[in-house]
Design a binder for this molecule. Structure first.
Ligand SMILES: Cc1cc2nc3c(=O)[nH]c(=O)nc-3n(C[C@H](O)[C@H](O)[C@H](O)COP(=O)(O)O)c2cc1C
Length: 339
């Protein structure tokens, strides 16, 4: 493992070696083994609570992760649903994660206000993930510990505004004073260095990590990501204003056709977007159906490798980028090196 090269507000807040987060991947993609691999490689990972609706199963997944990380801190992803009963279900899950000493949560999906007091009172760090700076500003006012801002390139839910990561990063650092994590299309150390240079504190990755050796998904699924150059990524469900960036397969094509026809009745999308199809695809490796979160950062996922190797490559690349930048500075006349 590479030594700590960058100390930021996020490495300090989370007590991690590298400013690299692996975002939660649902429904059960980021499990204890994967999250532990990310944590042991010096980053922060998140088990997706929604993948474990049974509290006992959730608890035992958290315990498995704690064992595998030998007590190092790890995180949980909490999806904030606006559906009836959503907050109640979350409160039960939060009770379990507090019990089990989880260090931090990545909240996403909606305003974290209903669950924030519970988490903060228990000392759980809250990193709220949003697809635009304007939502991050609201979250800061509510008192989150950090914000994660993902741009239009992100696998999963890029929001409706279509703003790219490089604009989000430059804008966020102008107007937000809590630690900032930037995601969407990230898969190299050059991008990590650029994000840090812009004043942010870490990156978050999803798609790039689909080829992690410790991830349980079928080897054929990883192979597809390795072969991909990112052009297979497409945004569907735009007509529903529930933009979803996924792998362009038969289900995505069907959803795109509905979008083109401006269909706003969810029932017509349902057969193509059911969560069970997604899980099935990752289990069997048959990626023809299901909504498979997938962004253009697939182009950087060029080999199946352990999390630690992926992180080492990122850190080496970031270090080279920082040196390139330093070498670009003209030698001034009063600089002793220039004399
Ligand atoms: C397969 C997959 C599943 C994901 N599932 C979730 C999820 O359940 N909850 C969530 O907040 N984000 C989810 N994400 C988004 C990631 O946590 C992360 O924000 C995003 O992937 C970053 O953009 P990138 O894919 O360009 O790296 C998922 C991403 C992928 C690739």
């Amino acid at each position: 493992m590479r030594p700590a090269l960058f100390r930021t507000r996020i490495t300090e807040l989370l007590g991690i070696r590298h400013p690299i987060l692996a975002g939660g991947m649902g429904p059960r993609v980021s499990d204890a083994r994967y999250v532990a691999a990310v944590v042991n490689a010096g980053g922060m990972g998140f088990i997706v609570a929604a993948g474990f609706p049974d509290p006992d199963e959730f608890r035992s997944e958290l315990r498995r992760c704690r064992e595998l990380t030998a007590g190092r801190p790890f995180g949980v992803n909490l999806y904030l649903s606006r559906q009836a009963g959503g907050v109640e279900r979350l409160r039960r899950q939060i009770g379990v994660l507090i019990d089990e000493g989880v260090a931090c949560v990545e909240t996403a999906g909606a305003n974290p206000e209903p669950v924030l007091p519970l988490l903060r009172e228990a000392g759980v760090k809250v990193l709220h993930k949003v697809p635009a700076v304007r939502y991050a500003r609201t979250a800061v006012k509510l008192g989150v510990d950090a914000v994660i801002i993902v741009g239009n390139d992100c696998g999963g839910h890029p929001g409706i505004h279509g703003i790219g990561s490089i604009v989000q990063a430059a804008h966020a650092t102008q107007v937000i004073d809590v630690p900032i994590v930037i995601g969407g299309g990230i898969g190299t150390g050059r991008q990590l260095a650029a994000v840090l240079a812009m004043g942010a504190d870490a990156v978050v990755m999803g798609t790039r990590m689909l080829v992690t050796e410790e991830l349980w998904i079928h080897p054929a699924a990883k192979d597809l990501v390795v072969q991909g150059d990112g052009t297979e990524s497409v945004i569907v469900k735009k007509a529903l204003r529930d933009h979803h960036r996924v792998y362009r397969n038969e289900s995505a094509e069907a959803a795109l056709a509905l979008d083109d026809a401006k269909v706003t009745d969810f029932e017509q999308y349902r057969p193509h977007v059911m969560g069970s199809l997604t899980h099935e695809a990752f289990v069997t490796g048959d990626m023809r159906t299901g909504m498979l979160d997938y962004g253009p950062a697939a182009v950087f996922a060029d080999a199946v490798e352990p999390a630690e190797v992926i992180f080492d490559r990122l850190i080496d690349d970031a270090s080279a980028a920082a040196e390139r930048l330093a070498a670009l500075r003209p030698v001034s006349e009063c600089d002793p090196r220039g004399s």
